[in-house]
Design a protein around this ligand. Structure first.
Ligand code: AMP
Ligand code: MG
Length: 412
């Protein structure tokens, strides 16, 4: 393995991500029905208004009794009533008496202990307690789960199914979470037509709008696809204007950021806004622009479909997650042995598409075939992106590398 450092002084993936994250802000809260809050970030403290459970109640089906009466067994108690869940029992347990009680029913006045049915025998209006039972047994005290006034959930919490259930248990129907970012998505290129239209002989269908929209949606954003702008400065300008009119919180374009004659996004960004960077030390996706237009961050992806997707994953995903209040955006990774060599590469960080296989001694990674940035099928076949570090110009088969999983439709 040969290592060479100190290649082109372009921005690393990490530096670029840092610059983008510094630019984006956490969005404001909105109130949503509790089920719609799943997977989102809580934007208010949630305080219990009452105890859960509100009254002390039985953990078992059995008899509510006074602890002193059942300290020794066997003993016979007179059954004076019944307590059902959801009803306050009118009967009062006096010495020598018991109330039949169901799980969840409030403990009747005078009682402090429940003897489960299995430890009793009923004879007419008398119940025989067969074993001694300690005072307080099988009683769930009021507020044992949650106390009135307690802050049960704090701002910043990512709401999972159990938190949604807790909101319901607290009687909430709505909750404040950080709102989702609206993401305008603009494709560019004379050669690009939307699916549904008839392409000319030299035209291709617009894949990027859909890859990017799907990724945006999978990380919780709201995609606003704006269609395809032809390769004319005025039309790209107009597309960006429409993005701003649509109240986009973030703009993603594809195509038109390299050094070709028609690479207009860069020019428009420089003219209309502020360009922060446009070249990265990564492959696929070296020409990748980032800037701000009218206060809205704009990510200018390269047009090649693999570059567009990798750029969205590396940069739009963390940015959109930060905007939604997340403070981390972990990505499951595995270590895997490369089955194919990387015979020669340039100095950039490479993201290589691989198929993973689990074996008795760890994961194996095989290239999905041609790694050209126009080969969308290399992503369709992939289970993950193997990270080939910058500075390394070749890797033999058998080298262990880090692989970012791409296993799920819903991104981590
Ligand atoms: P560009 O970055 O505009 O130079 O485009 C690079 C390559 O990506 C060209 O081969 C384009 O035809 C292709 N391309 C650009 N936009 C799209 C798109 N929306 N869907 C699929 N391919 C595209
Ligand atoms: Mg183009």
């Amino acid at each position: 393995m040969r290592k060479r450092y100190g290649g082109r002084p372009t921005l690393s993936v990490e530096e670029a991500r840092e610059r983008i994250l510094e630019t984006v802000r956490v969005l404001e809260p909105e109130r949503v029905p509790i089920l719609d809050a799943l997977g989102r970030v809580l934007a208010e403290p949630v305080v219990a208004e009452r105890d859960i459970p509100p009254l002390s109640n039985s953990a078992m089906d059995g008899y509510a009794v006074r602890g002193e009466d059942v300290a020794q067994a066997p003993v016979r108690l007179r059954v004076i009533g019944e307590a059902a869940a959801g009803h306050v029992c009118e009967a009062r347990v006096e010495p020598g008496t018991a109330v039949r009680i169901m799980t969840g029913a409030p403990i009747p006045e005078g009682a402090d202990t429940v003897v489960r049915f299995e430890d009793t025998r009923l004879e007419g209006e008398w119940v025989e307690i067969l074993v001694p039972v300690s005072k307080g047994k099988n009683v769930r005290p009021a507020g044992e789960d949650v106390r009135a006034g307690q802050e049960v959930l704090s701002p910043g919490k990512v709401l999972r199914p159990q938190e949604i259930g807790m909101l319901a248990a607290l009687g909430r129907t709505e909750v404040a979470v950080v709102r989702r970012p609206r993401v305008a998505i603009l494709a560019t290129g004379d050669e690009v037509v939307p699916p549904g239209q008839t392409p000319g002989p030299a035209q291709i269908y617009d894949a990027n709008t859909y890859t990017v929209s799907a990724l945006v949606r999978s990380v919780g954003g709201i995609p606003l696809p704006l269609g395809v702008a032809r390769d004319q400065e005025e039309l790209v300008r107009e597309g960006i204007r429409r993005a701003l009119e649509a109240r986009a919180d973030f703009i993603i374009t594809s195509g038109g950021v390299s050094v070709g004659d028609f690479d207009l996004v860069k020019q428009v960004l420089a003219a209309e806004g502020e360009m922060r960077f446009w070249s990265l030390n990564m492959k696929p996706g070296r020409p990748l622009a980032f800037g701000v237009v009218a206060g809205v961050p704009l990510l200018g992806l390269p047009g090649n479909p693999v570059s567009a997707m990798v750029g969205t994953l590396m940069f739009a995903r963390p940015a959109l997650m930060k905007m939604q209040g997340f403070t981390e955006w972990p990505w499951p990774t595995v270590r895997a042995r490369l089955l194919d060599p990387i015979p020669s590469k340039d100095e950039r960080r490479h993201y290589v598409r691989v198929v993973l296989r689990e074996t008795a001694d760890g994961y194996e990674a095989r290239l999905t075939g041609d790694q050209g940035s126009g080969i969308l099928n290399s992503l369709v076949l992939a289970d993950g992106l193997a990270v080939i570090p910058e500075g390394i110009t070749s890797l033999p088969a058998g080298t262990e590398v880090e692989v970012l999983w791409l296993k799920w439709g819903k991104m981590p």
